[in-house]
Design a protein around this ligand. Structure first.
Ligand SMILES: Cc1cc2nc3c(=O)[nH]c(=O)nc-3n(C[C@H](O)[C@H](O)[C@H](O)COP(=O)(O)O)c2cc1C
Length: 183
């Protein structure tokens, strides 16, 4: 299957699973997709823009207020160009921001501005994931038509065992393929 001519925005947030985004990019690029990464400010504590830029072959977007070369409002042009926005890993924090429609950072602004499909892949500690606040926010986002790939159960980076581990990269990539092919 080929994702040629498909524009994928990959949002990467500040969680331990951010390193797995490298594999997601590699697999999508192998399928010939154009991948543009949006790294949150906190995400850059976990992974560098240089790594993401090298793997995707594209400049990494981080700042809502970055200067643009051609006059083009970045969050609007990116949101229009996207066929799908995938957020992996999605933190409890970004899920909360999206659920209330905040737009103070590039990633949440793009999600608000787009008509593209949205796929959210949460990853966090199991107690966080099971918290009523997070569950309610996920239900709210589902009611907006956003798609989710729920985390797996197992041993977590913090040492706890439970539901919260980012879904397998292959599962995320095949969901993206399915969502883009069945447009
Ligand atoms: C070492 C460490 C690991 C973290 N891992 C996660 C995580 O896996 N999932 C999560 O939701 N938050 C995690 N956090 C908390 C987020 O980094 C924090 O909520 C941050 O505001 C998220 O920002 P962002 O959503 O803009 O990237 C972690 C924080 C630290 C210090």
């Amino acid at each position: 299957m080929s994702l040629k001519n498909k524009n994928i925005i990959l949002g990467i947030c500040g969680g331990i699973a951010a390193y797995k985004s490298c594999d997601i990019i590699r697999q999508l690029v192998k399928l010939k997709a154009n991948v543009e990464c949006i790294l949150t400010k906190n995400g850059s504590n976990f992974i560098t823009p240089l790594t993401l830029q090298t793997l995707s072959g594209n400049k990494v977007h981080q700042d809502l207020f970055e200067e643009v070369e051609n006059y083009d409002v970045n969050h609007i042009s990116l949101s229009k160009k996207a066929d799908i926005i995938v957020i992996a890993p999605a933190t409890a924090d970004v899920i909360a921001r999206l659920a209330v429609g905040r737009a103070e950072d590039l990633l949440s602004s793009i999600v608000l501005a787009t008509n593209a499909k949205i796929l959210i892949c949460p990853a966090m500690n199991c107690n966080m994931f099971n918290h009523k606040a997070v569950c309610n926010n996920i239900e709210t986002l589902k009611s907006y038509g956003y798609n989710f790939i729920m985390p797996e159960s197992g041993e977590l980076a913090c040492g706890d065992c439970g539901n919260g581990r980012l879904a397998k990269v292959e599962v995320i990539v095949s969901s993206v393929e399915e969502m883009l092919i069945n447009e």
